[in-house]
Design a protein. Sequence first.
Lengths: 67, 239
Amino acid sequence: MATLIKKQATTDKNLGCNPNKRTIETLIHYGLVNINKFAGPSSHQISDYVQKILHINKAGHSGTLVE
Amino acid sequence: MALDKATRIIDTLLKEGKEYVCLMHIHAETPKDKIRKTFKSFLGKIEQLPPVKSAIKRQLRTREIYDLKILEIDDQDILFRVKCQAGTYIRKLCFDLGLKMGTQAHMTQLVRITIGPFNDKNWCSLHDLKDAYEDYKEGDDSKLRELIVPIEFSIQSLPRIWVLDNCVDTLCHGADLSIPGISKLDNYIEEEDLVAILTLKNELICLGRSLTTSKKMYKKSKGKAVKTKKVFMERKTYA
Protein backbone atom coordinates (compact mmCIF):
# COMPACT_ATOMS: atom_id res chain seq x y z
CA MET A 1 0.00 0.00 0.00
CA ALA A 2 1.46 3.34 -1.00
CA THR A 3 0.52 6.79 -2.21
CA LEU A 4 1.26 7.71 -5.81
CA ILE A 5 2.10 11.36 -6.39
CA LYS A 6 0.90 12.42 -9.78
CA LYS A 7 1.09 16.20 -9.53
CA GLN A 8 3.02 17.85 -6.73
CA ALA A 9 0.93 20.82 -5.59
CA THR A 10 0.27 23.19 -2.74
CA THR A 11 -3.06 24.28 -1.36
CA ASP A 12 -4.27 27.82 -0.71
CA LYS A 13 -4.28 28.38 3.04
CA ASN A 14 -7.15 30.87 2.71
CA LEU A 15 -9.54 28.25 1.36
CA GLY A 16 -11.06 25.50 3.47
CA CYS A 17 -9.57 24.25 6.72
CA ASN A 18 -7.59 21.21 7.90
CA PRO A 19 -10.03 18.90 9.79
CA ASN A 20 -7.85 18.98 12.89
CA LYS A 21 -8.05 22.75 13.01
CA ARG A 22 -11.80 23.07 12.74
CA THR A 23 -13.55 25.23 15.30
CA ILE A 24 -15.62 23.46 17.92
CA GLU A 25 -18.75 25.06 16.48
CA THR A 26 -18.00 23.46 13.13
CA LEU A 27 -17.33 20.09 14.76
CA ILE A 28 -20.66 20.17 16.54
CA HIS A 29 -22.38 20.58 13.16
CA TYR A 30 -20.15 18.34 11.11
CA GLY A 31 -18.67 15.64 13.30
CA LEU A 32 -19.33 12.27 14.87
CA VAL A 33 -19.53 11.11 18.44
CA ASN A 34 -19.30 7.50 19.54
CA ILE A 35 -21.93 6.97 22.24
CA ASN A 36 -22.00 3.86 24.36
CA LYS A 37 -25.67 3.11 24.07
CA PHE A 38 -26.70 0.91 26.95
CA ALA A 39 -29.89 -1.15 26.86
CA GLY A 40 -33.06 0.82 27.50
CA PRO A 41 -33.45 3.86 25.33
CA SER A 42 -33.88 3.28 21.61
CA SER A 43 -31.34 4.61 19.14
CA HIS A 44 -33.90 7.20 18.18
CA GLN A 45 -34.14 8.41 21.77
CA ILE A 46 -30.36 8.62 22.03
CA SER A 47 -30.39 10.62 18.81
CA ASP A 48 -32.91 13.02 20.38
CA TYR A 49 -30.81 13.39 23.54
CA VAL A 50 -27.68 14.15 21.54
CA GLN A 51 -29.52 16.81 19.54
CA LYS A 52 -30.80 18.41 22.78
CA ILE A 53 -27.40 18.32 24.50
CA LEU A 54 -25.55 19.89 21.60
CA HIS A 55 -28.33 22.17 20.39
CA ILE A 56 -28.33 20.84 16.84
CA ASN A 57 -31.20 20.09 14.48
CA LYS A 58 -30.28 16.66 13.23
CA ALA A 59 -28.35 13.58 14.25
CA GLY A 60 -28.19 10.13 12.74
CA HIS A 61 -27.23 6.83 14.28
CA SER A 62 -25.39 3.96 12.67
CA GLY A 63 -25.68 1.16 15.12
CA THR A 64 -27.65 -0.32 17.95
CA LEU A 65 -27.02 -2.48 20.94
CA VAL A 66 -28.99 -5.66 20.40
CA GLU A 67 -30.30 -7.61 23.36
CA MET B 1 -23.82 9.29 16.12
CA ALA B 2 -23.35 11.57 13.14
CA LEU B 3 -24.06 15.22 13.91
CA ASP B 4 -26.15 17.56 11.79
CA LYS B 5 -24.44 17.92 8.39
CA ALA B 6 -22.43 14.75 8.90
CA THR B 7 -25.63 12.65 9.08
CA ARG B 8 -25.27 11.50 5.48
CA ILE B 9 -22.13 9.49 6.26
CA ILE B 10 -24.33 6.97 8.12
CA ASP B 11 -25.14 4.95 4.99
CA THR B 12 -21.44 4.37 4.39
CA LEU B 13 -20.72 3.47 8.02
CA LEU B 14 -23.51 0.91 8.03
CA LYS B 15 -21.65 -1.14 5.43
CA GLU B 16 -18.42 -1.35 7.43
CA GLY B 17 -17.43 -4.56 9.22
CA LYS B 18 -18.69 -4.99 12.76
CA GLU B 19 -17.35 -6.48 15.95
CA TYR B 20 -19.41 -7.83 18.85
CA VAL B 21 -19.00 -9.52 22.18
CA CYS B 22 -21.66 -12.16 22.64
CA LEU B 23 -22.86 -14.49 25.37
CA MET B 24 -24.50 -17.71 24.29
CA HIS B 25 -26.02 -20.59 26.20
CA ILE B 26 -25.86 -24.17 25.00
CA HIS B 27 -28.56 -26.58 26.13
CA ALA B 28 -26.40 -29.60 26.79
CA GLU B 29 -23.04 -30.22 28.45
CA THR B 30 -20.39 -30.16 25.78
CA PRO B 31 -16.65 -30.80 26.15
CA LYS B 32 -14.52 -27.66 25.79
CA ASP B 33 -12.43 -28.95 22.93
CA LYS B 34 -15.54 -29.76 20.94
CA ILE B 35 -16.70 -26.18 21.50
CA ARG B 36 -13.35 -24.77 20.40
CA LYS B 37 -13.23 -26.98 17.33
CA THR B 38 -16.74 -25.96 16.29
CA PHE B 39 -15.96 -22.29 16.67
CA LYS B 40 -12.83 -22.67 14.56
CA SER B 41 -14.87 -24.23 11.78
CA PHE B 42 -17.04 -21.13 11.48
CA LEU B 43 -14.17 -18.81 10.51
CA GLY B 44 -14.39 -17.57 6.95
CA LYS B 45 -17.44 -17.77 4.73
CA ILE B 46 -20.72 -19.09 6.18
CA GLU B 47 -24.24 -19.42 4.81
CA GLN B 48 -27.12 -17.78 6.63
CA LEU B 49 -30.85 -17.69 6.20
CA PRO B 50 -32.18 -14.42 7.66
CA PRO B 51 -34.76 -14.85 10.46
CA VAL B 52 -38.52 -14.77 9.79
CA LYS B 53 -38.71 -11.25 11.21
CA SER B 54 -36.21 -9.45 9.00
CA ALA B 55 -36.14 -6.44 6.74
CA ILE B 56 -34.51 -8.28 3.88
CA LYS B 57 -35.54 -11.05 1.52
CA ARG B 58 -35.48 -14.43 3.21
CA GLN B 59 -33.00 -16.38 1.14
CA LEU B 60 -29.73 -18.10 1.88
CA ARG B 61 -26.79 -15.76 1.67
CA THR B 62 -23.07 -15.86 2.31
CA ARG B 63 -21.53 -13.78 5.06
CA GLU B 64 -17.92 -13.67 6.15
CA ILE B 65 -16.72 -14.20 9.71
CA TYR B 66 -13.37 -12.41 9.88
CA ASP B 67 -12.58 -13.47 13.44
CA LEU B 68 -14.18 -15.62 16.12
CA LYS B 69 -12.52 -15.83 19.52
CA ILE B 70 -13.77 -17.58 22.62
CA LEU B 71 -13.16 -15.44 25.71
CA GLU B 72 -14.56 -17.68 28.41
CA ILE B 73 -16.42 -20.96 28.80
CA ASP B 74 -18.40 -21.22 32.03
CA ASP B 75 -20.24 -24.52 32.13
CA GLN B 76 -22.84 -24.11 29.36
CA ASP B 77 -22.28 -20.39 28.83
CA ILE B 78 -19.84 -19.22 26.21
CA LEU B 79 -18.54 -15.65 26.00
CA PHE B 80 -17.00 -14.85 22.64
CA ARG B 81 -15.88 -12.04 20.40
CA VAL B 82 -16.80 -11.99 16.71
CA LYS B 83 -15.70 -9.76 13.85
CA CYS B 84 -17.93 -10.09 10.81
CA GLN B 85 -19.31 -8.69 7.60
CA ALA B 86 -22.18 -6.22 7.93
CA GLY B 87 -25.51 -8.02 7.78
CA THR B 88 -24.47 -11.12 9.71
CA TYR B 89 -27.13 -12.29 12.15
CA ILE B 90 -25.37 -13.13 15.40
CA ARG B 91 -28.47 -14.73 16.87
CA LYS B 92 -28.52 -17.12 13.91
CA LEU B 93 -24.80 -17.72 14.27
CA CYS B 94 -25.35 -18.88 17.87
CA PHE B 95 -28.15 -21.17 16.76
CA ASP B 96 -26.01 -22.67 13.98
CA LEU B 97 -23.00 -23.13 16.28
CA GLY B 98 -25.27 -25.13 18.59
CA LEU B 99 -26.55 -27.27 15.73
CA LYS B 100 -23.00 -28.13 14.69
CA MET B 101 -22.24 -29.20 18.25
CA GLY B 102 -25.28 -31.45 18.17
CA THR B 103 -27.36 -29.43 20.60
CA GLN B 104 -29.58 -26.35 20.86
CA ALA B 105 -28.05 -22.99 21.67
CA HIS B 106 -29.28 -19.44 21.92
CA MET B 107 -27.85 -15.97 22.27
CA THR B 108 -28.40 -14.43 25.70
CA GLN B 109 -26.57 -11.12 25.32
CA LEU B 110 -24.97 -9.07 22.60
CA VAL B 111 -22.85 -5.92 22.67
CA ARG B 112 -21.60 -4.24 19.52
CA ILE B 113 -18.14 -2.91 20.07
CA THR B 114 -16.97 -1.70 16.67
CA ILE B 115 -18.39 0.02 13.63
CA GLY B 116 -15.58 0.87 11.26
CA PRO B 117 -13.08 2.95 13.24
CA PHE B 118 -15.51 3.46 16.18
CA ASN B 119 -15.06 0.95 19.00
CA ASP B 120 -15.29 0.39 22.73
CA LYS B 121 -12.00 2.19 23.31
CA ASN B 122 -13.22 5.51 21.92
CA TRP B 123 -16.84 5.64 23.03
CA CYS B 124 -18.43 7.81 25.72
CA SER B 125 -21.70 8.07 27.64
CA LEU B 126 -24.43 10.66 27.19
CA HIS B 127 -23.36 12.07 30.57
CA ASP B 128 -19.81 12.52 29.35
CA LEU B 129 -21.17 14.40 26.35
CA LYS B 130 -23.42 16.60 28.48
CA ASP B 131 -20.59 17.44 30.91
CA ALA B 132 -18.25 18.23 28.06
CA TYR B 133 -20.83 20.53 26.50
CA GLU B 134 -21.39 22.34 29.82
CA ASP B 135 -17.62 22.92 30.11
CA TYR B 136 -17.60 24.29 26.59
CA LYS B 137 -20.38 26.73 27.41
CA GLU B 138 -18.24 27.93 30.29
CA GLY B 139 -15.22 28.48 28.08
CA ASP B 140 -13.39 25.14 28.04
CA ASP B 141 -13.83 23.12 24.86
CA SER B 142 -11.05 20.58 25.48
CA LYS B 143 -13.32 17.74 26.63
CA LEU B 144 -15.77 18.25 23.80
CA ARG B 145 -12.91 18.20 21.31
CA GLU B 146 -11.90 14.78 22.61
CA LEU B 147 -15.38 13.36 22.12
CA ILE B 148 -16.42 14.74 18.77
CA VAL B 149 -14.37 13.58 15.83
CA PRO B 150 -14.31 15.18 12.39
CA ILE B 151 -16.27 13.41 9.66
CA GLU B 152 -12.97 12.37 8.01
CA PHE B 153 -12.29 10.01 10.92
CA SER B 154 -15.17 7.76 9.91
CA ILE B 155 -13.88 7.08 6.41
CA GLN B 156 -10.35 6.00 7.34
CA SER B 157 -10.68 2.61 5.72
CA LEU B 158 -11.61 3.93 2.28
CA PRO B 159 -9.01 4.42 -0.47
CA ARG B 160 -8.33 8.10 -1.07
CA ILE B 161 -7.69 10.48 -3.93
CA TRP B 162 -6.41 13.98 -3.23
CA VAL B 163 -7.32 16.69 -5.74
CA LEU B 164 -6.00 20.09 -6.75
CA ASP B 165 -7.67 23.20 -5.28
CA ASN B 166 -9.01 24.32 -8.67
CA CYS B 167 -11.36 21.37 -9.13
CA VAL B 168 -12.79 21.24 -5.60
CA ASP B 169 -15.78 23.47 -6.25
CA THR B 170 -16.95 21.59 -9.35
CA LEU B 171 -16.86 18.39 -7.28
CA CYS B 172 -18.96 20.15 -4.63
CA HIS B 173 -21.54 20.70 -7.36
CA GLY B 174 -21.67 16.98 -8.04
CA ALA B 175 -19.42 16.77 -11.07
CA ASP B 176 -17.43 13.59 -11.62
CA LEU B 177 -13.68 13.63 -11.03
CA SER B 178 -11.50 13.83 -14.12
CA ILE B 179 -7.94 12.55 -14.16
CA PRO B 180 -6.27 15.99 -14.63
CA GLY B 181 -7.68 17.06 -11.24
CA ILE B 182 -5.75 14.39 -9.33
CA SER B 183 -2.76 15.38 -7.21
CA LYS B 184 -2.08 12.09 -5.41
CA LEU B 185 -3.83 8.80 -4.75
CA ASP B 186 -3.62 5.50 -2.88
CA ASN B 187 -2.20 2.81 -5.16
CA TYR B 188 -4.68 0.00 -4.50
CA ILE B 189 -7.85 1.37 -6.07
CA GLU B 190 -9.77 -1.07 -8.27
CA GLU B 191 -12.70 -0.35 -10.57
CA GLU B 192 -16.02 0.13 -8.74
CA ASP B 193 -14.37 0.80 -5.38
CA LEU B 194 -15.97 3.28 -3.01
CA VAL B 195 -13.37 6.06 -2.71
CA ALA B 196 -13.01 9.23 -0.67
CA ILE B 197 -12.01 12.40 -2.52
CA LEU B 198 -10.06 14.83 -0.35
CA THR B 199 -8.49 18.27 -0.63
CA LEU B 200 -4.75 18.65 -0.08
CA LYS B 201 -5.68 19.73 3.44
CA ASN B 202 -7.25 16.27 3.95
CA GLU B 203 -10.83 17.56 4.05
CA LEU B 204 -13.53 15.23 2.75
CA ILE B 205 -15.11 16.65 -0.41
CA CYS B 206 -17.20 13.71 -1.56
CA LEU B 207 -17.49 9.92 -1.89
CA GLY B 208 -17.63 8.24 -5.27
CA ARG B 209 -17.24 5.04 -7.28
CA SER B 210 -13.96 4.61 -9.13
CA LEU B 211 -14.26 4.16 -12.89
CA THR B 212 -10.76 2.81 -13.33
CA THR B 213 -7.70 1.58 -11.38
CA SER B 214 -5.02 3.59 -9.53
CA LYS B 215 -2.47 2.57 -12.11
CA LYS B 216 -4.50 4.01 -14.97
CA MET B 217 -5.38 7.16 -13.04
CA TYR B 218 -1.67 7.67 -12.44
CA LYS B 219 -0.50 7.01 -15.98
CA LYS B 220 -3.22 8.64 -18.09
CA SER B 221 -3.48 12.38 -18.62
CA LYS B 222 -7.19 12.57 -19.34
CA GLY B 223 -10.47 10.76 -18.88
CA LYS B 224 -12.85 10.25 -16.00
CA ALA B 225 -11.55 8.80 -12.74
CA VAL B 226 -14.48 8.74 -10.31
CA LYS B 227 -18.26 8.96 -10.49
CA THR B 228 -19.28 11.30 -7.67
CA LYS B 229 -21.97 9.78 -5.48
CA LYS B 230 -22.30 11.81 -2.28
CA VAL B 231 -21.07 15.35 -1.72
CA PHE B 232 -20.17 16.49 1.80
CA MET B 233 -18.27 19.73 1.38
CA GLU B 234 -20.30 22.91 1.07
CA ARG B 235 -20.21 24.70 -2.25
CA LYS B 236 -18.05 27.82 -2.44
CA THR B 237 -15.66 26.55 0.25
CA TYR B 238 -13.01 26.59 -2.47
CA ALA B 239 -14.57 29.24 -4.69
